[in-house]
Design a binder for this molecule. Structure first.
Ligand code: FAD
Ligand code: NAD
Length: 485
């Protein structure tokens, strides 16, 4: 515990730590604070479409978890339709019960969100469902969902209010026809034609879900390049696969209008050839998210927002106000659940006087499409631009016995390492379970491993992980199971 901090006096309304927001940034902050023997409350106002209140924020209720549930179900459906016969399996007439698929998804979400309450109970976190507002002097106004209001005080306040979808003026949300990502997860009949604005992570994941179920999916992306933030060798491979799957991704497409007429959506956009029109049955707008701080800060708290609305914080997530911290999507950095979780845990360790740090250089990114896409560290383009001499090693899953056995031999693993000291600078994987495989690269980079360290690590055979091993070997043109180029 920091030397000038005294534990909160026992009392219903005074805490050592109050966390506002119970998403993947806020709830881990609360649990770690409790593990550090601090008296902690976590306030969350999330309400589901049926009016129920749950912890877990966007990620558990309307993001990571329901999207992965549908990605899994639809991938199974797709494989049953396209691949089972290759294995010699016949399933007769394949049928789709979308209501059951959605029910399974809802069950997973319910299990995960109620699980947080169990975690809070076991750790000793006070769970408060309703709205939290920071007042000057580290006091917090709590308004329960039934409207009752009380004032709480804390030695430390952690703001973890998350983010919300960006709405386009040219295509405002109009459910059920023009929806955000949450709406796109709830569609109850497979649309014949689905439009998606934005070929980012959500556009590709949710576009894949509905494409696999039979929708004609058109994705309109304003930028001229596909996945510009990814390694371009990987982005090109991904684009090729998505095209093959029938995802019609149109680049350089700027939407100027979208109108609901006669049960369909007429989308107008401009591209290099001029004005274009597209008619779809449902339109998903997935053009990014913005920090959410509505009614979070009473005037006079001293907490500042930057020009894009993010709460200003330093490297350790301190706002400019003593003992007020902010973590997750409401602060700078990638909007990822695991980034928020690490920040929340770091802050609660720092509050308790323990060591805490987030290594922002080694945050993995995963896109849960098929093939799956994952990377960590710098792209080849970034390393080239930095001027550092480098080498690359690539291993195609086509040469992986396990991937072949799984009938999932698309894609590759790629490693970018420094030529001078062999340090691994980036790892980029497109292929089966890439999101799982990247964990090894994250650990290696966390410990500043060299590509030789990976080369000298035994990988079980036959596993997908051998692809990362062989990519490292290929960086020195010493791969055994593929041709060294
Ligand atoms: P949130 O999860 O948004 O939680 C904030 C919580 O605070 C909410 O419950 C909100 O109601 C509450 N709140 C806000 N203000 C107040 C207030 N004043 N008082 C009380 N409560 C308040 N990320 C990944 O890493 N992997 C994925 O696979 C992934 N998939 C995604 C899929 C979709 C469709 C979407 C939309 C997002 C996905 N994300 C994914 C991003 C991930 O959901 C976010 O990065 C993550 O939820 C951010 O966590 P957070 O705790 O900062 O904010
Ligand atoms: P994103 O930033 O990933 O992609 C948005 C895309 O929309 C970009 O390619 C952008 O160029 C494009 N765009 C912006 N304005 C446009 C316009 N007017 N017309 C056409 N295209 C336009 O954002 P997202 O896909 O909405 O996801 C939001 C956040 O949620 C992201 O930060 C992401 O990290 C997170 N998320 C993560 C995962 C994951 O980790 N697997 C999954 C889903 C969401």
């Amino acid at each position: 515990m920091a030397s000038n901090d005294k534990p909160a006096a026992p009392g219903a309304d005074s805490f050592d730590v109050i966390v506002i927001g119970g998403g993947p940034a806020g709830y881990p902050a609360a649990i770690r604070a409790a593990q550090n023997q601090l008296r902690v409350a976590c306030i969350d106002e999330w309400k589901n479409k049926d009016g129920s209140a749950t912890f877990g924020g966007t990620c558990l209720n309307a993001g990571c978890i329901p999207s992965k549930a549908l990605l899994e179900s639809t991938e199974l459906y797709h494989r049953a339709r396209e691949e089972f016969s290759i294995h010699g399996i016949g399933v007769g007439t394949l049928s789709l019960d979308l209501a059951q698929m959605q029910k399974r998804k809802a069950g997973i979400v319910k299990g995960m969100t109620t699980g947080i309450l169990a975690l809070f109970k076991s750790a000793g976190v006070t769970a408060l469902q309703g709205h939290g507002k920071l007042l000057p002097g580290r006091r917090v106004q709590f308004t329960a969902h039934d409207g009752t209001r009380r004032e709480l005080s804390a030695r430390h306040v952690v703001l973890a209010s998350g983010s919300t979808p960006i709405e386009l003026r040219s295509a405002p949300f109009k459910a059920p026809h023009i929806v955000d990502s949450w709406g796109a997860l709830e569609i109850d009949a497979v649309p014949k034609r689905l439009g998606v604005i934005g070929a980012g992570v959500i556009g590709l994941e949710l576009g894949s879900v509905w494409r696999r179920l039979g929708s004609e999916v058109t994705v309109l992306e304003a930028l001229p390049d596909f996945l510009p933030m990814a390694d371009q060798q990987l982005a090109k491979e991904a684009q090729r696969h998505f095209r093959k799957q029938g995802l019609d991704v149109r680049l350089g497409a700027r939407v100027t209008g979208a109108n609901v007429t006669g049960g369909a959506v007429e989308v107008v956009y401009t591209d290099a050839k001029g004005e274009q029109r597209l008619t779809v049955d449902r339109l998903v707008v997935a053009v990014g998210r913005r920090p959410y701080t509505q009614d979070l800060l009473e005037a006079g708290t001293g907490v500042e927002l930057d020009e894009r609305g993010f709460i200003k914080v330093d490297h350790s997530c301190r706002t400019g106000v003593e003992n007020v911290w902010a973590v997750g999507d409401c602060v700078r950095g990638p909007m990822l659940a695991h980034k928020g979780k690490d920040e929340g845990v770091m802050v609660s360790d720092l509050i308790a006087g323990r060591y805490g740090e987030v290594n922002y250089k080694v945050i993995p990114a995963v896109i849960y499409t098929a093939p799956e896409i994952a990377w960590v560290g710098q792209t080849e383009e970034q390393v080239k631009a930095s001027g550092r001499d480098y080498k690359t090693g690539v291993f195609p899953f086509l040469a992986s016995g396990r991937a072949r056995a799984m009938e999932q031999a698309a894609g590759f693993a790629k490693i970018v390492a420094a030529r001078d000291d062999d340090e691994i600078l980036g790892v980029h994987i497109i292929g089966p379970l890439a999101g799982e495989l990247i964990a090894e690269a994250v650990l290696a980079m966390e410990y500043s491993a060299s590509s030789e360290d990976l080369q000298r690590t035994i990988h079980a055979h036959p596993t997908l992980a051998e692809a990362v091993h062989e990519a490292a070997l290929n960086a020195d043109k010493r791969a055994i199971d593929s041709i060294n180029r």
